[in-house]
Write a protein that binds this ligand. Structure first.
Ligand SMILES: Cc1cc2nc3c(=O)[nH]c(=O)nc-3n(C[C@H](O)[C@H](O)[C@H](O)COP(=O)(O)O)c2cc1C
Length: 331
């Protein structure tokens, strides 16, 4: 086990997101917005039966990223597993590939995943959780972190979960400050992040509803967390880390006009970088268009007439039409 912090203090981490943070997406973001300190694969579901091959692990992570040292350092591999799944076999392959960083998903709220006793379910079964943590720690010498929620049904196990995770040699914890049953309801309760910071000695990464630069300042100040992670907010503002780093350096105030100006400027850069990477891996235009539409959910929220704008992007019948609308929006 490495004897130093996994991430530098105040790191800005781009969250693992299924259907989004695949290899081309992460490469596009690393090239365009290198201000993000770390990226994660979405979760690889560890199978219970069947052969596990190196090929499937490399495909999930991305072969181009694996081959390039500076990219590998910036990309963590996330798994989702259960007591019965073949965790050891997967971890052994990750170890043989000299993967720098493995993250265990303890937050997935999916009914299907939880009914198979994976994701956030493990927070309610400490015997199973302990077994999984041990299996990983005993077979993996790189950095090992977990990403958890406050609890499964409620917060009764919160402190015990933190303690168990720390005692089993996990090096940092990301906390999405909601229970599994809360799904995405309401607003994440950062007071649990503060509590966790006080209860563990390892770095605590705050996550949940950190939308703008001021939120980053606020969560660091209120909770004293080590670093922060962004999910939906990173999808809404993929240049958020850049803006924050500029904002902090300039000690400045970001008003709505500047925020919208940044959006107009960066939207085109973002989609062009994605387009280049999806084309690089041979995606057809209709697949790229589908992806672009799925990214459109929150991207245009800051415009006054955001519903009309979003609607027009979602109705685009071709990739060319989507891109034309993007250029027109820039004005
Ligand atoms: C579309 C989507 C996919 C996600 N996939 C994953 C995943 O694969 N692994 C994971 O640990 N969390 C996943 N999450 C949860 C996020 O990483 C993050 O914890 C959550 O969205 C809260 O942060 P936010 O308020 O910044 O969005 C996903 C979230 C979204 C919206």
């Amino acid at each position: 086990m490495n004897n130093f912090d996994v991430f530098p203090k105040k790191s800005l981490l781009f969250a693992p997101m299924e259907g989004i943070t695949d290899e081309p997406y992460r490469i596009a973001l690393m090239k365009t917005f290198p201000e993000w300190d770390q990226f994660f694969t979405d979760f690889l579901r560890v199978p219970t039966v069947g052969k596990i091959t190196e090929k499937m692990i490399i495909e999930h992570y991305g072969e181009r990223i694996l081959k390039r040292e500076e990219w590998r350092k910036k990309n963590s591999f996330q798994i989702l597993t259960t007591e019965r799944a073949q965790t050891k076999a997967v971890v052994e392959i990750l170890e043989s590939l000299k993967m720098d960083h493995l993250d265990l998903n303890l937050g997935c709220p999916s009914k299907k995943v939880n009914s198979h006793h994976g994701g956030a379910y493990l927070l309610s079964n400490h015997t199973a959780l302990k077994f999984v943590l041990k299996t990983i720690r005993e077979n993996f010498t790189g950095h090992f972190t977990v990403k958890m929620r406050i609890g499964y049904r409620d917060d009764v196990n919160f402190s015990d979960s933190l303690k168990l995770i720390q005692d089993e040699g996990v090096e940092a914890i990301t906390l999405h400050a909601r229970t599994r049953d809360q799904l995405y309801k309401g607003v994440a309760d950062w007071s649990y992040i503060k509590r966790a910071v006080e209860e563990v000695k390892i770095p605590l990464i705050g996550n949940g509803d950190i939308w703008i630069a001021e939120d980053i300042e606020k969560i660091f100040k209120e909770t004293k967390c080590h670093s922060v992670m962004f999910g939906r907010s990173a999808m809404k503002t993929p240049w958020l880390a850049k803006i924050y780093k500029e904002y902090v350096n300039e000690g400045g105030h970001i008003d709505d006009t500047y925020w919208l100006y940044q959006r107009k400027h960066h939207l085109e850069i973002y989609f062009e970088a994605l387009l280049a990477e999806y084309r690089e891996v041979g995606w057809q235009d209709n697949l790229i268009l589908k992806r672009f539409k799925s990214f459109s959910r929150n991207l245009y929220d800051d415009y006054d007439d955001f519903e009309t704008i979003r609607g027009s992007f979602l109705r685009s019948e071709s990739l060319a039409e989507y891109l034309d609308r993007l250029y027109a929006l820039k004005g």
